[in-house]
Write a protein that binds this ligand. Structure first.
Ligand code: NAP
Length: 399
């Protein structure tokens, strides 16, 4: 499927249910608007996020590119960034409007770190990019919850493969790269080796399962228990999980023997930690000699505690992994190579786009309505209502 075919298929119909008074008034049947989701100060997303409309952007200056965003995820780290507790900080934007939000007097942060965009216009001196290319972000916090932005050309990477969906492209740079790098960067694993992880149903965890499967690696996957485990177990097994267990199973004294049976006594040398807290301590105890525990998330918000004996007697090494740091410390060629590899895996359906819900902010909605919608969305996410990745689509035209 071509990019454009994918685009036209996945663009939802505009909502017809909006009230007459809330509609924007357009002088022609089709109008374009620019809008982004911003916050003037850090805080609770349900209190600080605001939708703001801004005029048409000027043509891109030399070495910059005008982008139209097609789809942008809301990741857990975005919430931390808005709260002001994440190490990557967006820069203030003060050139969206001449007065009000986004102006010199009221600078804002534009939300969104990851996303898929289409090149609309390239500035002088830009090489290797042309109109209609699909691109992903190579710089953190470029403000992807926008209809359009002018960004430096070295802050983006062209997607090399055709045949990807918008959801593939929008979710390419954060989770698949993290999963791939954690499976490749710490332990030299051979076909038939075992990897253990918690938070296995997270987007990253599901990618770990799929990439491990492709490499012939076995995975033991821990998740939080729920009333009906079957649908989740079946889903993870369909993706290629070898075994799926719950954190409660970690308290079962027979588990160690069970795992020994599965692995044929082979040491497990890589554990991936998404959640921290007690389940991670218990998981680390299942590792063999000279193993590596790689922590990339702290979803339980509980500290990580490891018995000293694991370090002394088993030579356990505990690492942290941050994809942003990987990006900072690797060359453009390496980054393009990784994106090309992942795009190919997506095209071949070796790795799937995460299960997702697309939330559309319609072009005909007022900023007040859009603000209410985005704040309600974050409130629902905080209550755990979705269980799927949320992908934002900010429409820029209405008919
Ligand atoms: N270090 C890096 O470079 C890097 C890169 C990408 C992502 N991450 C981090 O990885 C984590 C997962 O990201 P994602 O996009 O894959 O997330 P996601 O798809 O939204 O999944 C969130 C996961 O966290 C679990 N979870 C939520 N609250 C929890 C709690 N209180 N205790 C235990 N588990 C809990 C969920 O389990 P339930 O289904 O049971 O709720 C689910 O497995 C986040 O912390 C994110 O910031 C880090």
């Amino acid at each position: 499927m071509s990019y454009f075919h994918a685009l036209s298929l996945s663009t939802p119909m505009l909502s017809r249910t909006i009230t007459r008074s809330a509609k924007r008034s357009f002088s022609t049947s089709t109008a374009a608007i620019n809008r982004c989701i911003v916050y003037a100060q850090n805080g609770d997303p349900t209190q600080v996020l605001t939708a703001v409309t801004y005029p048409k952007l000027p043509s891109p200056s030399p070495n910059t590119v005008n982008l139209k965003f097609l789809l942008s995820p809301i990741n857990p780290a975005d919430v931390n960034t808005i709260e002001g507790v994440y190490p990557s900080k967006p820069t203030h934007t003060s050139n969206l409007n001449t007065s009000g939000l986004g102006s010199k007097n009221e600078p804002v942060f534009v939300g969104g770190n990851e996303g898929l965009a289409q090149v609309i216009e390239v500035g002088e001196g830009v090489e290797g990019l042309q109109k209609d290319d699909w691109v992903v972000m190579d710089r953190p916090q470029l403000g992807t919850w926008s209809t359009s932005r002018n960004v430096p050309s070295h802050g983006i990477i062209r997607l090399p493969a055709t045949g990807l969906t918008e959801a593939h492209g929008a979710t390419m740079t954060v989770n698949p790269t993290t999963a791939y790098n954690m499976l490749n960067g710490f332990v030299e694993l051979q076909e038939g080796d075992w990897v253990i992880q918690n938070g296995a149903n997270s987007a990253v965890g599901q990618l770990v399962i799929q990439i491990a499967k492709e490499r012939g690696l076995n995975t033991i996957n821990f998740v939080r228990s729920r009333a009906d485990m079957n649908p989740l177990v079946q889903h993870l097994e369909r993706l290629g999980a070898t075994k799926v267990l719950t954190y409660d199973d970690l308290n079962d004294k027979s588990l160690r023997g069970q795992i020994k049976e599965w692995t044929g006594g082979k040491d497990i040398r890589l554990a991936l930690n998404c959640v921290g807290g007690e389940p991670t301590t218990a998981m680390a105890k299942l590792l063999g000699q000279d193993a590596h525990l790689v922590s990339y998330g702290a979803m339980s918000k509980k500290p990580l505690s490891l018995p000293t004996s694991l370090h002394i007697f088993k030579n356990l090494t505990s690492h942290g992994f941050w994809q942003t740091n990987w990006s900072k410390t690797h060359s453009r060629t390496e980054k393009e190579g990784l994106i090309a590899k992942l795009a190919e895996m997506m095209k071949e359906d070796t790795i799937k786009a995460p299960e997702h819900t697309i939330v559309t902010i319609g072009a005909q909605q007022s900023d007040e309505e859009a603000t209410a919608k985005i704040r309600d969305l974050f409130a629902e996410m905080a209550e755990g209502k979705f269980g799927k990745k949320i992908l934002l689509k900010l429409e820029d035209t209405a008919t």
